[in-house]
Design a protein around this ligand. Structure first.
Ligand code: MEV
Length: 430
């Protein structure tokens, strides 16, 4: 039954300490002391820091951090920290990377570190002439934008260009100014948003219209990360042979390229890898995800972020290209000690290198998913880890987890009721 006496209107909640908020929430939700204690155990994130990172903090939520091995990116071996709650994601990267390691691993590149900020102006009487008026003030715009962020300038970043589009919107013509800004090692949201806000009154004056939105675009298509790898047939063959695996993967790519229903799942698999590294390094997963999906739809139909082809000598060639707005400075990247440790594990000293490695991880993830799907199916690989989760849900602890999981896999029945029965037998024997 719903408790109608409980109220979510809690005056001054934001001014209370995390412990006071937790007490209120525990009371509201009827949490027992053990649940409340788990919430307040913030693990490797200091509670005070958590309280400064977001609002109304009561605790933290930990996600497993796994390391993908076997990755070689541009001739250098790297260990990849991945924060994910999904089983098989880390193993998938390890396996894909192992199978292209001897052939050289991943080769990557980047189109640049340019971000775009948009300024929306409406009610412009002569939008096409206004466009030219704004373009004619390029040097003035550059000075205003660069004046917003001297630090960025000192690191070689700053304003690069201005572009103006006349959009045919439902509300009539709309004048949209794009600021193109090199944000270097910053993800850049703060830098470009400040520039857009500072420039907005000038755009209103020059265009004669009214300015509404002033915000970055997550379709960071001037910040494309690219990765490529070749998987030799003798590395991917297994029981059914390299050619069959290769052709299955290429056909899976063709499926995604032709069908948005499949492409959504195909790209979700890519983002399993991408988002795990983005999160581990304290970057903005939603920004990268929004950029990736918008880029996948740039041609008018949502499609695949990767491509798989057959090389002239018959090997499997895979490539990926997607926007990658990640940084090394600012926000949680700098503040979260685990993010800092993950960056140290990666050994990256530039946002560009980080972005390129992440693209390689996305490609690796996709290779493994397609290989599994085109051959044995995804469930077999998932089963061992899934069985462990089910064993834990059934109450198994310590070495019981492996024993129950093994029994479930052996029976081919990974279900919680079966796990409970197995656990009972096990404890009975003991
Ligand atoms: C599951 O998280 C991801 C996959 O569905 C990706 C794919 O189908 O390509 C296995």
């Amino acid at each position: 039954m719903t408790d109608t006496t409980r109220s979510s209107r809690i005056p001054g909640f934001h001014k209370k300490s995390p412990a006071e908020r937790l007490a209120l929430v525990s009371d509201f939700a009827g949490l027992d002391a053990a649940a409340a204690a788990r919430l307040s155990d913030t693990g490797n994130l200091d509670l005070g820091l958590a309280d400064r990172l977001v609002e109304n903090v009561i605790g933290s939520m930990n996600i497993p951090l796994g390391i993908a091995t076997n990755m070689r990116v541009d001739g250098e071996d790297v260990l990849i920290p991945m924060a994910t709650e999904e089983s098989s994601v880390v193993a998938a990267v390890c396996n894909a990377a192992r199978q292209c390691y001897d052939a050289g691993g991943f080769t990557t590149s980047m189109s640049g570190t340019l971000m775009i900020a948009q300024i929306q102006a409406v009610d412009v009487a002569d939008p096409h002439a206004a466009r030219l008026r704004i373009l004619g003030r390029r040097e003035e715009i550059k000075a205003i934008c660069d004046g917003c962020d001297p630090v960025l300038l000192s690191f070689g970043g700053g304003f690069r260009d201005v572009e103006v589009r006349v959009l045919d919107s439902r509300g009539g013509p709309m004048l949209v100014t794009h600021l193109i800004v090199d944000t270097r090692d910053a993800m850049g949201a703060n830098a470009v948003n400040s520039m857009a806000e500072t420039l907005a009154p000038h755009i209103a004056a020059w265009s004669g219209g009214r300015v509404y939105l002033r915000i970055l675009s997550n379709l960071a298509d001037r910040r494309l990360a690219r990765a490529h790898a070749v998987w030799p047939l003798d590395q991917i063959g297994g029981q059914i042979g390299g050619e069959a695996v290769r052709d299955g993967i290429v056909s899976a790519y063709h499926f995604a390229a032709a069908d948005p229903y499949r492409a959504a799942t195909h790209n979700k698999g890519i983002m399993n890898g991408v988002s795990a590294v983005v999160l581990a390094t304290g970057n903005d997963t939603r920004a990268v995800e929004a950029g990736a999906h918008a880029y996948a739809a740039r041609g008018g139909q949502y499609g695949s972020l990767t491509r798989f082809e057959v090389t002239a000598d018959g090997q499997l060639s895979g490539s990926i290209e997607l926007p990658m707005a990640v940084g090394l400075i600012g926000g949680a990247t700098k503040a979260h000690p685990t993010a800092q440790a993950c960056l140290a594990i990666l050994g990256v000293t530039s946002a560009e290198r980080l972005a390129r490695i992440i693209a390689a991880v996305g490609l690796a993830q996709n290779f493994s998913a397609l290989k599994a799907l085109a051959t044995t199916g995804i469930q077999k690989g998932h089963m061992a880890l899934h069985a462990q989760n089910i064993a834990m849900m059934a109450g198994a602890v310590g070495d019981e987890i492996d024993r129950v999981a093994a029994a479930l896999v052996e029976r081919g029945s990974v279900r919680q009721d079966v796990a409970q029965a197995v656990l009972q037998d096990l404890r009975g024997e003991a």
